[in-house]
Design a protein around this ligand. Structure first.
Ligand code: URA
Length: 269
């Protein structure tokens, strides 16, 4: 997006807007190699090379443009940025003004719940890596009522159909009827269809799956299809290395309410 040069220079943290104007009129600013001295001149940091005192300011602008979105994914959307089959994409639930973002990990087409999206690859790697112990909590409805011994197997870790072993998980039975059970499952891993495959293995297939928490993010009031931007404080907190601790299924300590840390960025569809 094109913006006035003095605004871009100030956003990059190089000078105040007023000082930036002085730098421009003094001939110390160039766009694509050409010195610019006119104050109304605009440039697009995504396309133009902007230099102040001979130094490119685009990298500073890029870091400031990182975007972190929390979406309540509805069923029937693919966690991907493209699909040869033309199915609806989670990215279509966001306005194009946010720029290109990708999902942080994956929720299945028919899984609902919290999904992060960002343009920050480092953030994605951190949140998805099992070693960083970022809690992902799912509410799971299964066929029948799994016996305690079967749940115990899943808690300890099981070998999936592709030969990989799951890490220990926290699993709590929330409620059951003669037909179904509702459970809460806490994982740090995100293997493809992990929850569904775990419950298939014990003969109690998943009927409904919803992610209800990522680390301290719960956002119960974010309706399906709605989203919000994370605050800088939330991003920092998500990427903080976790001290080895006993994972707890109950809400994360100090968890924010749905709107508690929203800052200035409340959004819906
Ligand atoms: N596990 C699954 O099986 N599916 C999801 O979408 C997320 C975790």
């Amino acid at each position: 997006m094109e913006q006035r040069l003095q605004k871009l220079i100030a956003t990059a943290g190089i000078a105040s807007r007023r000082h930036a104007e002085e730098l421009i009129t003094a001939g110390r600013v160039s766009v694509n190699g050409k010195v610019v001295t006119e104050l109304g001149t605009k440039a697009d940091p995504a396309k133009d090379h902007i230099k102040v005192n001979g130094k490119l300011i685009n990298p500073q602008l890029r870091t400031l443009e990182k975007v972190y979105v929390l979406l309540n994914k509805p069923k029937g959307y693919l966690s991907s940025v493209s699909d040869p089959e033309g199915r609806p994409l989670v990215t279509e639930l966001l306005p194009t003004s946010l720029g290109r973002v990708h999902p942080v990990g994956r929720l299945d087409f028919n899984t609902e719940g919290l999904l992060l999206l960002t343009n920050d690859g480092e953030f994605t790697n951190f949140v998805t890596a099992a070693r960083n112990q970022v809690d992902k909590v799912y509410e799971v409805k299964v066929k029948g009522v799994p016996p305690e011994a079967a749940l115990q197997r899943l808690r300890r870790g099981v070998t999936l159909d592709d030969g990989t072993r799951t890490a220990p998980a926290k699993i709590e039975l929330l409620h059951d009827t003669s037909m179904n059970a509702w459970l809460e499952v806490l994982l740090h891993q995100g293997r493809n269809q992990q929850v569904r495959r775990m419950f298939d293995l014990i003969g109690h297939s998943v009927v409904k799956l919803r992610r209800v928490r990522i680390a301290f993010l719960t956002d119960e009031h974010l309706k399906p299809g709605h989203w919000r931007l994370l605050t800088a404080v939330e991003v920092k907190r998500l990427m903080k290395p976790r001290a080895k601790k006993k994972a707890s299924l109950t809400k994360a300590q100090g968890a924010h309410g749905a709107h508690g840390a929203r800052g200035a960025h409340g959004h819906g569809r």
